[in-house]
Ligand binder design. Structure first.
Ligand code: S3P
Length: 190
């Protein structure tokens, strides 16, 4: 069993693979991921931060200087490297799982968890900050809606789907761990 400082931690067999959180910007992947990792007693990493560290630039700068295709290939490389490490919790940027190569790698080496959220919840969160290059458009809410339409059928390939609710992030982490526990019971890992 994994150790945790939380007395109410759900029981989870040793994490056999890295948990990769996928979903739209604003779904809470990083914040919830951090809570999940803390409860499981494993490290947490954020792919966007790792990409920024590797590039020595912010995501905004990478998009502005080199464009989205360059960002995606860096993202692919960084996630491939991270998935060679011992199991941990990884939050990915919203477009990572949409890239076919990254998606195949995640399917092979990790357990994917889609934090599914509706447009209103996502918009309420992302409209607070202007740091997302893909939303620097004339009508960012419409852009977000378009991304939802395009991406949700792909996110639906995830191993596990958890609905992101407007509740405390730690309570969401409990939902995620419960869903992972059920998944591992139904899908024992070699
Ligand atoms: C992106 C989401 C961002 C970041 C980049 C592209 C996307 O990450 O990777 O701006 O394609 O949805 P978050 O989902 O953490 O905001």
């Amino acid at each position: 069993m994994l150790e945790s400082s939380h007395p109410d931690t759900l029981s989870l067999p040793d994490l056999p693979k890295t948990l990769v959180l996928i979903g739209m910007m604003g779904a809470g992947k990083s914040t919830i991921g951090r809570h999940v990792a803390e409860r499981l007693g494993v490290p947490f990493k954020d792919a966007d931060r790792e990409i920024e560290d590797a590039a020595g630039r912010t995501i905004e700068e990478i998009f502005a200087e080199f464009g989205e295709a360059h960002f995606r290939s860096g993202e692919r490389r960084v996630i491939a490297r991270l998935l060679e490490e011992e199991p941990f919790v990884l939050a990915t940027g919203g477009g990572a799982y949409i890239d076919p190569e990254t998606r195949a790698l995640i399917a092979e080496r990790a357990i994917s968890v889609w934090l599914r959220a509706d447009l209103d919840l996502l918009w309420a969160r992302v409209s607070r900050r202007a740091n997302r290059p893909l939303l620097k458009t004339e009508n960012p809410r419409e852009t977000l809606a378009g991304l939802i339409d395009a991406r949700y059928p792909v996110y639906a390939e995830a191993d596990i789907i958890v609905d992101s609710e407007d509740i405390a992030k730690d309570a969401m982490a409990v939902h995620v761990i419960a869903a992972v526990t059920d998944y591992l019971k139904a899908n024992p890992q070699p």
